[in-house]
Design a protein around this ligand. Structure first.
Ligand SMILES: CC(C)(COP(=O)(O)OP(=O)(O)OC[C@H]1O[C@@H](n2cnc3c(N)ncnc32)[C@H](O)[C@@H]1OP(=O)(O)O)[C@@H](O)C(=O)NCCC(=O)NCCS
Length: 148
């Protein structure tokens, strides 16, 4: 997963951890930072990991003062892009989060994520799916999609 992550970001210089240890720690964090809400979903083909999505199924969003899902990471291996894999991962993440929240009697009303402001491909993908821009910092754009 560390290699997939590093290769996926090699054209997007600004936005990723470069040091291998940092990447490994980051992936470890994605899996384990919150035992109740961390969710990682892998996309595989012939036993090879070709993409993954990671986030929190239940996360307090200060901006809206509400609980939401929060997507921290989404990567797809270059050779498999443009096939709808990221889109499928996002829907799968939303569905699994809804299921998990339902089991725990929790409810969220949206999904948020942060994307690099020069990351046109990802921005377009999220916009097409219905995410809208919440606010911007120097480097990052916060996006949100409402969900029932
Ligand atoms: C951003 C990223 C995850 C997108 O992954 P992807 O699997 O290529 O995304 P999708 O295939 O779901 O969607 C991308 C495009 O393919 C199109 N597509 C969807 N299904 C398709 C299909 N069956 N056949 C052809 N194209 C398809 C989508 O409409 C979309 O088109 P667009 O570029 O016109 O918007 C990938 O480019 C990546 O890993 N980038 C580096 C890491 C990164 O930036 N992550 C996001 C951080 S916030």
């Amino acid at each position: 997963m560390a290699e997939l992550y590093q290769k996926a970001y090699e054209d997007l210089d600004d936005y990723y951890y470069k040091n291998r240890n940092d990447v490994v720690n980051y992936i470890e964090w994605l899996y384990n930072h919150n035992k109740d809400s961390s969710l990682v979903i892998l996309a595989t083909k012939d036993n090879e990991i070709i993409g993954f999505i990671a986030g929190d199924t239940y996360y307090y969003d200060k901006d809206s003062s509400n609980y939401v899902m929060n997507i921290h990471e989404l990567v797809v291996k270059k050779e498999f892009r443009g096939l709808g894999i990221a889109t499928q991962l996002i829907y799968e993440f939303i569905n699994r989060s809804k299921q998990k929240n339902k089991e725990k009697n929790k409810k969220v009303n949206g999904v948020i994520l942060w994307v690099g402001k020069n990351n046109q491909k990802a921005l377009k993908l999220y916009t097409n799916l219905g995410f809208t821009i919440q606010h911007k910092t120097n480097k990052w754009i916060k996006m949100r999609m409402n969900i029932a």
